[in-house]
Design a protein around this ligand. Structure first.
Ligand code: ADP
Length: 389
């Protein structure tokens, strides 16, 4: 059975076609710069890479070419990444009119993401009309967070009327990691207490108790929490008013400042951790400061999540930085011995799965994430339910 997974952004479409018999990737690719003068589509199948450079007026014109490149005509279903499911979706769903309306309703909560996700759904449904389409939400895994953790201390009516609350994101990744750790430790998910740390361009940390998310660092939007490539994460909410009142910045300018010009980039001018680590080694003090700040924030959250979980089986690092940087993992875990975390520096240096000492109360693990595969699995699960009806 073949499942196509699609992740549509405002000017891009990422896709992967899976053969679910062995969960292998048949082909994958990305169309970028949609709507710009010159777009680029990179398609991979086996070892062959095809690059097409041309103008894509819109998502539909890019998708037409993707469909031709895919060759395989026996695709059974399409799984779509949808960023914001609001409070309505605590799991993945087969897309119908009602689901589309609900994704639309959530546009005010994710004005940059949900409209492009919807566009991807419309175009794919037109090109693949006779197969099921499934929506997998970034927010769904976090719907188990209790009210005391997801509410902000604003007047309660703001939650009632406007649905202002923490939703959390990267749920597909955090739940995939939970599954992988459950396999690795041979403990059922429902018995596991974990702290999962996703460190990619975006970054978030989740406290998982008995297999359920009970808190996460991202909030109503992905801006809250950890320091990220270009996002500031937690700041004093009074700062935007200061910027408005004293520097005359508009809300648009502040939005861009906090989302695109802050985080690691704001401190040292770069947002790619590999480059920052190189600069730091060469002695760049701003790169060194950015790394210190980045790891300090993560460590603070680890401490907080150990406190709320009460018992932690493992701390798990994932995504580009979490999977590949022994130095960052070491800084995040340093000094946590009194809380039961003892890193094995040799194993850490070698990027092994288990990087804690045998006698560490809390295991420290490195587990590669695969959000596309998780979306493909969810899609399979839902369509096999359909065929049993
Ligand atoms: P995305 O959120 O776009 O999926 P990734 O999970 O691919 O991002 O992570 C991208 C980040 O991972 C970048 O900051 C990149 O520099 C970092 N990264 C990748 N490899 C390494 C490495 N070997 N050491 C440190 N950082 C790395």
């Amino acid at each position: 059975m073949k499942i196509l997974v699609i992740n549509t952004g405002s000017s891009s479409i990422k896709y992967q076609l899976f053969d679910m018999r062995n969960e292998s990737v048949i082909s994958s690719g990305i169309a970028e710069k949609i709507g710009e003068d010159l777009g680029i589509l990179t398609h991979k199948r086996n070892d062959k890479k095809t690059i097409i450079k041309q103008k894509f007026i819109d998502h539909k014109s890019a998708f037409h070419i993707i469909e031709k490149l895919l060759i395989d005509k026996d695709i059974s279903a399409v799984g779509h990444r949808v960023v914001h499911g609001g409070e309505k979706f605590s799991g993945s769903v087969i897309i119908d009119r009602e689901v589309i309306d609900a994704i639309k309703e959530n546009i005010p909560l994710a004005p940059l993401h949900n409209p492009s996700n919807l566009e991807g759904i419309y175009v794919a449904m037109e090109l693949f009309p006779n197969i099921p389409h499934v929506a997998v939400f970034d927010t769904a895994f976090h719907q188990t967070i209790p009210k005391k953790a997801y509410l902000y201390a604003l007047p309660y009516s703001f939650y009632d009327k406007y649905k202002i609350r923490k939703y959390g994101f990267h749920g597909t990744s955090h739940s995939y990691i939970l599954e992988k750790v459950s396999e690795y430790m041979r403990i059922p998910s429902r018995k596991l207490n974990l702290i999962t740390i996703h460190l990619g361009n975006g970054a978030s940390i989740t406290a998982i108790k008995h297999g359920c998310s009970i808190d996460t660092s991202m909030g109503m939007t992905p801006l809250e929490g950890l320091i990220m490539g270009t996002r500031c994460g937690d700041i004093d909410p009074a700062i935007p008013f200061f910027l408005m009142d004293h520097i005359n910045m508009s809300s648009d300018e502040i939005y861009k400042l906090l989302n695109q010009q802050s985080g690691l980039k704001g401190i040292c001018g770069k947002n790619d951790m590999r480059e920052i680590l190189n600069e730091a080694i060469k002695g760049d003090s701003f790169a060194q400061l950015a790394i210190q700040m980045y790891c300090y924030r993560i460590k603070k959250y680890i401490g907080a999540y150990i406190a709320i979980l009460e018992r932690v089986d493992a701390i798990v690092f994932t995504a580009g930085i979490g999977e590949n940087s022994p130095y960052i993992r070491c800084l995040c875990c340093s000094g946590l011995e009194s809380l039961g975390v003892k890193l094995d520096h040799e194993m850490n240096q070698r990027n092994r799965i288990e990087i804690s000492m045998q006698d560490s109360h809390i295991k420290v693990l490195v587990v590669p994430t695969d959000e596309e595969l998780k979306i493909a699995r969810e899609t399979m699960r839902l369509i096999s339910k359909l065929s049993h009806k």
